[in-house]
Design a protein around this ligand. Structure first.
Ligand code: NAG
Ligand code: NAG
Ligand code: NAG
Ligand code: NAG
Ligand code: NAG
Length: 345
């Protein structure tokens, strides 16, 4: 979703001559003092040579997000088609299988597993010109693989949402998913059983900006906190949660990244390290101590073209040490699925 934006954003500048002072306007940065101090970026290790291209779509299929199935397959969402794909990353160059189209929308964004082999998926309309969601166009669907043919069914329309994006589950409440609203600067809470939806947390630290219309984006829960990425503010942060998904404290910014890099969606490992798909071409790692590292595919002459999401594999020891990265691609490069072996980086 953000790939073309990055190009438009940088169009007036040459990337190489971007003024070193270039940053978001101060009033958009929302540097309220919340929680602890912002952790400084530390020096990066060498780029990885452990990146493999698993599949690349022909044509402009803008992959947006993914989830891993217990059988090792990946479930992919696309921001410029209302189609979910199922793929086996171990079957090299086997084309992903499209599931039935979701009607009445142009785009799919977040995805998360809500029950064994059942996934919640965000559907709605996003403009490829303005990178804004159409308020009132959003709904959340379920994709259920526990049938000979996977089923795709609506869970709830969410007319009050403006731009639904990343999803995550809430530990201990299997019927609740949390959803980032990238325009309202909010986290919503959906009961996937009843279809009830309400805003659970809203914060200026979740807001969009006039430069980048996508604010809060990727979400994960870990150790009693909601971790989030804000694309517009270039921020990674967290907020402690109550059992019902409401905030149990202040939102805290843990790390930042500057343009031209833009955070999108991410996964966390068992230690709490975040692995962040970052536009234009890298996976950004942030440890719990705040150490950062940028991983690119350049060591293997692979260009990750507009990474959109990252997710650990499942189904084997090797898959559990692999982060699969989706990319949006661009007008000449189709959306990609890449595998990054974290034992080799
Ligand atoms: C990662 O890349 C971004 C964008 O180029 C840069 O601002 C940041 O300093 C890099 N981080 C590290 C740890 O090298
Ligand atoms: C979303 O896009 C579809 C396909 O272009 C269109 O039919 C539908 O009316 C749009 N929905 C809204 C709420 O704008
Ligand atoms: C979700 O909705 C179902 C059906 O109404 C209800 O039984 C359940 O308690 C709700 N879950 C939560 C966490 O509110
Ligand atoms: C930011 O989100 C608000 C809704 O809260 C919306 O009205 C506004 O157009 C968005 N701004 C941009 C630049 O997308
Ligand atoms: C698309 O991405 C590739 C690789 O990242 C880059 O070389 C190319 O210039 C990009 N094309 C466009 C049209 O932006």
């Amino acid at each position: 979703m953000l790939g073309l934006l990055l190009i438009l954003l940088l169009a007036p500048f040459n990337v190489l001559t971007l003024p070193s002072s270039f940053s978001f306007p101060a009033n958009q940065l929302v540097l309220q003092s919340v929680g602890g101090p912002v952790i400084e970026t530390e020096a990066a290790a060498a780029p990885s040579s452990a990146v493999q291209l698993i599949y690349q779509f022909k044509g402009h299929v803008a992959l947006e997000n993914l989830a891993a199935r217990s059988n090792g397959h990946l479930v992919l969402t696309v921001s410029n088609q209302p189609i979910v794909y199922d793929m086996n990353p171990n079957a090299r160059n086997a084309p992903p299988t499209p599931l039935p189209r979701i009607p009445g929308v142009t785009s799919l964004t977040g995805i998360v597993e809500t029950a064994p082999d059942v996934f919640a998926v965000v559907a709605g309309n996003w403009s490829r010109e303005t990178f804004q969601g159409t308020p009132g166009s959003f709904s959340i669907w379920s994709v259920d693989f526990n049938h000979p043919q996977p089923t795709v069914k609506i869970i709830a329309s969410i007319p009050e949402a403006a731009a639904l994006n990343g999803l995550t589950t809430l530990k201990g409440s299997p019927d609740i998913v949390l959803a980032a609203d990238s325009a309202l600067g909010a986290v919503g809470r959906l009961n996937v059983t009843s279809g009830e939806y309400s805003v659970a947390i809203q914060s200026p630290l979740f807001a969009n900006s006039s430069i980048i219309p996508i604010g809060i984006n990727g979400l994960r829960t870990f150790d009693g906190h909601l971790y989030y990425l804000n694309s517009a503010q270039g921020a990674y942060g967290r907020v402690p949660l109550n059992a019902d998904g409401s905030a149990a404290g202040e939102v805290e910014v843990l790390a930042r990244i500057n343009l031209p890099a833009i955070y999108d969606d991410f996964d966390m490992d068992w230690e709490g390290t975040a692995w962040i798909a970052t536009h234009g071409n890298m996976l950004n790692e942030i440890t719990v101590e705040g150490k950062q590292r940028n991983i690119t595919g350049n060591g293997q002459n692979i260009e990750m073209t507009e990474p959109t999401s990252a997710q650990f594999g499942r189904g084997s020891k090797q898959a559990e040490n692999t982060i699969y990265v989706t990319t949006g691609g661009n007008d000449t490069v189709g959306g990609q699925v890449l595998a990054v072996n974290i034992c080799l980086i």
